[in-house]
Design a protein around this ligand. Structure first.
Ligand code: SAH
Length: 225
């Protein structure tokens, strides 16, 4: 999969994409990630990328020209399955939608900033808008990182143990059951006996019961879906 990220702050991505699963997936050639500095696309002599909103107050908007030119160029190079815009009023990101996204070959993610972007870009260029929660961030970069991390970790081959991603929360409509590692007794607190029993069937049953119980307590809405 190829991911092109359009942003005013390409350096922000170096940390999150330079470690752990995303880094390994890049090293293995499972994913290619390119960042494009929007400022490079500005035709303004001061490389401005924002402007005052018509009839608006309190804050600048990202101008359409650099965004349109950058996307136009990328589109001449390859076809894109989706052109995403990060937006608080977009579709709330959930595991279900991430699972479908691993099929994509090429995607663009446009990160907003300031008060957002000119509406005409949303209408004519963007094919999907997503939000990472009902709160407002200063920019779309963190949301783009969330999307990329969420997709990459479930692309087959990205995680060594394929089953590992499948046993995470939300994959089966439940949150994950409690988990324990060594030592058997820590500060006097014991690991549930069943997990030491070696009886796989009983253990699976216990994990399922725990997952259901935990979902009922913490995310009851998942049980009604
Ligand atoms: N004026 C906008 C908010 C702008 S915040 C509004 O009221 O909806 C600046 C940018 O940060 C947005 O353009 C968007 O790209 C990004 N952003 C902020 N909150 C976000 C969220 N919850 N999910 C995804 N992107 C978000």
């Amino acid at each position: 999969m190829r991911i092109d990220i359009i942003t005013l702050f390409p350096e922000m991505f170096e940390g999150p994409f330079g470690h752990s699963i995303v880094k390994r997936a890049k090293d293995k050639g499972i994913v290619e990630i390119f960042t494009h500095n929007l400022r490079d696309w500005s035709l303004d002599k001061h490389k401005r990328v924002d402007d005052y909103p018509y009839a608006g107050k309190g804050g600048m908007l990202m101008s359409p020209q650099p965004i349109a030119d950058c996307i136009d160029q990328l589109k001449t190079e390859r076809e894109y399955d989706e052109i995403f815009y990060t937006s608080p009023d977009g579709l709330l990101l959930e595991q279900k939608s991430l699972n479908q996204m691993i099929e994509y070959k090429n995607i663009i993610i446009l990160c907003g900033h300031y008060k957002g972007i000119d509406e005409r870009i949303r209408e004519h260029y963007i094919t999907k808008e997503f939000s990472i929660g009902n709160y407002v961030l200063s920019g779309g970069e963190l949301a783009a990182m969330v999307l990329v991390d969420g997709i990459v970790r479930i692309i087959p081959g990205a995680i060594g143990d394929e089953m590992s991603a499948l046993s995470d929360s939300f994959q089966d409509g439940l949150v994950a059951p409690p988990a324990y590692t060594r030592p058997k007794v820590f500060k006097g607190w014991e690991v549930p006996e069943i997990l030491l029993s070696g009886d796989e069937k009983k253990i699976d049953q216990w994990k399922l019961e725990q997952a259901i119980e935990r979902t009922r307590k913490r995310r009851p809405e998942l049980l009604n879906e």
